[in-house]
Design a protein around this ligand. Structure first.
Ligand code: NDP
Ligand code: 2IT
Length: 452
């Protein structure tokens, strides 16, 4: 067995029943294989075994009362994975499927993603199995307050800076920040994704989606192509998906799908700006289901999720580009094959780990430009890093300034991933390039600190 296989085997043995964490570790470790020979000093210092074990895992009870006076208890998580290059940084996820293995996979990914951003941020992630769907604003507020009432002990602007993610948007960040400010009596950059009036950064809401499209544009440029006129499949209809659609429109592409956890819509004529405004109102204000799109736009077709099917028909339309922007493992082997059969050129992952390992293999075997999540969706945390900088300076930058920096960061990430893949003899192998480039910076820092 090779050295990395031994590391993976130990992770599986020590962390049973955490399949998503195993998957994330396996994906990164396999890419890191070529670093073993080049860096015997990393092996000697136990870097590979240390990087897969979180610095600290915080688990807590979150009791809250609903509008009828019933008491509920949810689980709270914060995994502070690695702070070798900066304070722990990473989002929160509120979704009924959340468990420790999912938070660990996200926190582990975040180490390498944050390293790629060029900004000084370590990796962390948190969340809860709380389901915001169907809850009143007051219930969400009481939950967020109960969550922060425990989390505030472990976070701080130089320690750990959480942000949004699935189920955590501007509303939730407001309630969380309000409680932190009350408990600590300080107005400081402890969370990112804040409102503009109270310390947020312009372009943070747009950043992940915009960044994922910028990354796709960079990949296309290597092949002498542009976004203009390309047809795109987008999944999800939340924060990332919405601003992916917006940037696709800005760059002259044609998005034709969006989805939620109940089903997806296919609009052959394209989702234009008016239709996007409808989706934003539907999902952000009315908190409705994507199915309503076809009541408003009769030419579009809605297909509900059918769990008896072994593929997702969203990925079975003719298109040039795919932007999975909902959740993990939403593209399996068959979906990847369907995309290839339909002429897909590039995949840019807005979501974290949306493609299964078998799906990734199909993309690699077919020479599809494959922008893995930790590179393609790093725009969100990058602008979070810029929000931290602005908070520290007590200044705020214009939209143009932040967007230019975001674009520059996405170009740097693409360049680092591409050039690293080249220097390791596999030009265009973005998973290898991004994982190695992200890892080297963290590993060198860990080496400098000694065995800690
Ligand atoms: P939102 O909560 O705003 O939107 C999530 C979207 O994905 C919704 O349309 C939701 O449907 C759908 N979805 C969620 N879970 C599932 C599921 N199990 N099956 C099918 N559909 C699902 O979250 P974001 O847009 O912020 O996050 C989307 C992805 O992007 C996640 O993987 C997240 O980790 C990743 N990401 C987010 C960043 C950010 O800055 N927000 C940064 C980097 C990555 P429904 O409405 O039915 O719940
Ligand atoms: O997965 C992610 O990168 C995020 N949810 C954003 C994290 C952040 O700190 O902005």
């Amino acid at each position: 067995m090779s050295f990395v296989n031994d590391v993976i085997a130990r992770v599986k043995e020590k962390n049973p029943a955490e399949p998503e964490f195993h998957q994330a570790v396996e994906e990164v470790m396999e890419s890191l294989e070529p670093t073993i020979e080049k860096h015997p000093e990393f092996v000697k210092a136990g870097i590979y075994d240390r990087i897969v074990e979180p610095d600290r895992t915080i688990l807590f009870r979150v009791p809250w009362m609903d509008d009828k006076g019933n008491v509920h208890v949810n689980k709270g998580f914060r995994v502070q994975f690695n702070n070798a290059i900066g304070p722990y940084k990473g989002g929160l996820r509120f979704h009924p499927s959340v468990n420790l293995g999912i938070i660990k996979f996200l926190g582990f990914e975040q180490i390498f993603k944050n390293s790629l951003t060029t900004l000084p941020m370590g990796g962390g992630k948190g969340g809860s199995d709380f389901d915001p769907k169907g809850k009143s604003d007051n219930e969400v507020m009481r939950f967020c307050q109960a969550f922060m009432r425990e989390l505030f002990r472990y976070v701080g602007p130089d320690v750990d800076v959480p942000a949004g993610g699935i189920g955590v948007g501007g509303r939730e960040i407001g309630f969380l920040y309000g409680d932190y400010k009350k408990l600590r009596n300080e107005h400081t950059g402890v969370l990112t994704g804040k409102g503009i009036e109270w310390g947020g950064s312009l372009i943070r809401p747009q950043a992940t989606g915009y960044g994922s499209v910028y990354f796709a544009a960079e990949m296309l440029q290597v092949k002498g192509e542009s976004m203009e006129g390309k047809t795109a499949l987008v999944s999800g209809s939340g924060n990332v998906a919405q601003y992916t659609v917006e940037k696709l429109l800005n760059l002259g592409a044609k998005p034709v799908t969006v989805s939620d956890s109940s089903g997806y819509i296919y609009d052959e004529e394209g989702i234009d700006r008016d239709k996007l405004a409808f989706v934003m109102d539907l999902k952000n204000i009315r908190r409705g289901r994507i199915k309503e799109y076809v009541t408003e736009y009769k030419n579009a077709v809605y297909t509900p999720i059918d769990s008896s099917r072994d593929y997702n028909p969203l990925w079975n339309h003719k298109a040039d580009l795919a932007f999975p922007s909902a959740t993990q493992n939403e593209i399996n082997e068959k979906d990847a094959q369907n995309l290839v059969n339909n002429g897909i050129k590039a995949v840019s992952e807005g979501a974290n780990m949306p493609t299964t390992p078998e799906g990734v293999k199909v993309f690699m075997d077919n020479n599809i430009m494959y922008g893995l999540g930790k590179a393609a969706n790093a725009g969100g945390v990058s602008v979070s890093g810029l929000e931290m900088s602005q908070n520290s300076m007590r200044l705020s930058w214009s939209s143009e300034e932040v967007d230019n920096r975001l674009k520059g960061i996405m170009q740097s990430i693409h360049k680092a991933a591409y050039e690293t893949s080249e220097s390791y003899g596999h030009p265009g192998n973005y998973p290898m390039g991004a994982n190695i480039a992200g890892f080297l910076k963290v590993a060198k820092s860990m080496l400098a600190y000694g065995i800690v």
